[in-house]
Design a protein around this ligand. Structure first.
Ligand code: ZN
Length: 295
């Protein structure tokens, strides 16, 4: 569904769910699209007639339609530019071998909805975007906000005329937030969400919720606080007894269920990131290799 918001700004809501994502179309002197994961709905932006495509970050559900933008300049944050060349990073399974040594990554099982070849073909990148940059499409101007934490180069975008921000994978879904990239400090995502709260846009739209969220501050706060609640649950466990990442993961401190191997992997990966932060904050320490306790 294409939803008009302002003179030249449209939101493309995908209708295929998981492994797809919502996009933005600016239909101005310069035709610009943000993200390409809208699946069948993507045809409505006429990708072959788009001048600039920006990716919020490198994950598959945000770049999967890039190949349809045959004449567009493709831009993303410099850090993402490196990540988009790695299958493991695009699939968000970076660090799998360390955390899931007994389980070989079975691509057929988890890549439902992923087109064969799309992960091994070269992703084209033509240029970069950076924090604070103003993108001028004619009458529509908007600002790049570097919002790391979900991925290191993740960007959100603020449209001042409409007082609306597109938050990408600061997704505001029930299962979020996700910060499972190897060795990412959850504090980075907290700071990025705080930045949006401070910006205080009248409305936000994300990649994975199919509606515009008006007056988003309370929702953003609750979403941010989930990170801290997860951390408190981990710390509580470590106060009871020293534990490994595997033992903590069995307690479902992040995801209530582990319906697939990647979800278990993400649980472990996020626990590891919390533990690294807790050690840095002086709230936990590593005893023997891989065993953590509260300080
Ligand atoms: Zn993502």
């Amino acid at each position: 569904m294409l939803l008009k918001r302002g003179e030249k700004l449209f939101i493309v809501f995908n209708e295929e769910g998981y492994t797809y994502g919502n996009c933005i179309l600016v239909d101005d002197d310069i035709r610009l699209v943000i993200d390409s994961g809208a699946g069948r709905e993507l045809a409505k932006v006429q990708p072959e007639k788009v001048d600039i495509l920006i990716n919020t970050h490198h994950h598959y559900d945000h770049v999967r339609g890039n190949k349809f933008f045959t004449r567009a300049q493709i831009l993303l944050h410099p850090v993402e530019r490196i990540s988009i060349k790695s299958v493991e990073k695009v699939m968000a399974i970076d660090g799998w071998n360390q955390l899931m040594p007994q389980d070989l990554y079975n691509r057929e099982r988890v890549e439902e909805g992923v087109e064969p070849n799309s992960l091994t073909e070269e992703w084209r990148v033509d240029g970069e975007i950076n924090d604070g940059q103003v993108i001028d499409c004619g009458s529509t101007k908007f600002m790049v906000l570097h919002t790391p934490g979900h991925s290191k180069g993740h960007c959100a975008f603020y449209f001042p005329e409409e007082d609306l921000a597109f938050l990408g994978d600061i997704c505001l879904t029930k299962v979020g937030p996700w910060y499972g990239e190897a060795h990412t400090d959850p504090g980075e995502l907290i700071a990025s969400i705080d930045r949006i709260i401070e910006l205080n846009p009248a409305a936000v739209v994300t990649s994975h919720v199919n509606q515009i969220v008006d007056n988003p501050r309370p929702v953003l706060r609750e979403y941010r606080d989930r990170i801290l609640k997860r951390e408190q649950r981990i710390l509580k466990q470590l106060r009871e007894s020293p534990q490994t990442i595997d033992q903590l993961a069995e307690k479902h401190l992040i995801y209530r269920e582990h319906p697939s191997m990647p979800v278990l992997f993400w649980e472990k990966s996020m626990i590891r990131n919390h533990l690294e932060r807790l050690v840095k904050l002086g709230l936990a320490e590593e005893l023997d290799e891989g065993v953590f306790k509260a300080v």
